[in-house]
Write a protein that binds this ligand. Sequence first.
Ligand SMILES: CCCCCCCC(=O)SCCNC(=O)CCNC(=O)[C@H](O)C(C)(C)COP(=O)(O)OP(=O)(O)OC[C@H]1O[C@@H](n2cnc3c(N)ncnc32)[C@H](O)[C@@H]1OP(=O)(O)O
Length: 188
Amino acid sequence: MPISIDPPADAPPPQKHPKAPGPGERTTPHYEGCRGCGDVPGSLRLASWVGEDGVSVHSRFDVRDEHQGAPGLLHGGMLMTAFDDALGTAYTQITRAAVTARLETDFRRPVPVGTTLWFRSRVDAIVGRKIYVSGVGFLGELDGEVAGTARALFVKVGAEHFLRHGRPEDLEALGAPREVIEAARAGN
Ligand SMILES: CCCCCCCC(=O)SCCNC(=O)CCNC(=O)[C@H](O)C(C)(C)COP(=O)(O)OP(=O)(O)OC[C@H]1O[C@@H](n2cnc3c(N)ncnc32)[C@H](O)[C@@H]1OP(=O)(O)O
């Protein structure tokens, strides 16, 4: 039986992080090697901007041949990847370093190759380490026909999560000293 990811009704409204970009500004990838938003081979190259309210985010994903799951149609897992990243980008405007614990997606319309998908995502609540986020994907334009909807629970983690579980060479490329990685793995 999955644990509920309904945001508590009495949680205070999330506030934008003071260093987050302002309304209309482009957000930066949370990790350059990310296959959702990084500028690397195999990435969806999701691009995101802060919404007019300064807290929500809208994102763009151009669906190409390499994203197919059926003839000429977007793979459902690729849509989930796009939602994961779009919803994750929404929480990074408010707080830092959390990982996806649960992601629920409803697939409402098939998405043909050549479509531009647009997303609106927002943080609904933050309670302790738990971040509740939801989003909608639209065909062709923001607020166009709904292609899918998603809800996610992200759980805040410290740097040790990545030091302990990430691949050492990728962590070293980001500047983490080998001894720090080894200490995290040893549980120190
Ligand atoms: C810009 C950013 C974009 C990001 C997009 C990409 C994000 C990713 O792809 S992240 C990679 C995929 N995710 C992962 O690898 C995470 C793997 N899972 C984990 O590491 C752990 O399970 C983790 C960290 C989520 C939680 O573990 P842990 O730190 O021990 O916390 P734990 O006590 O189990 O859970 C914390 C709370 O969350 C709740 N919770 C945890 N998992 C779930 C879940 N699946 N469903 C509902 N609730 C959950 C727990 O019930 C608990 O609630 P409470 O505090 O009320 O008791």
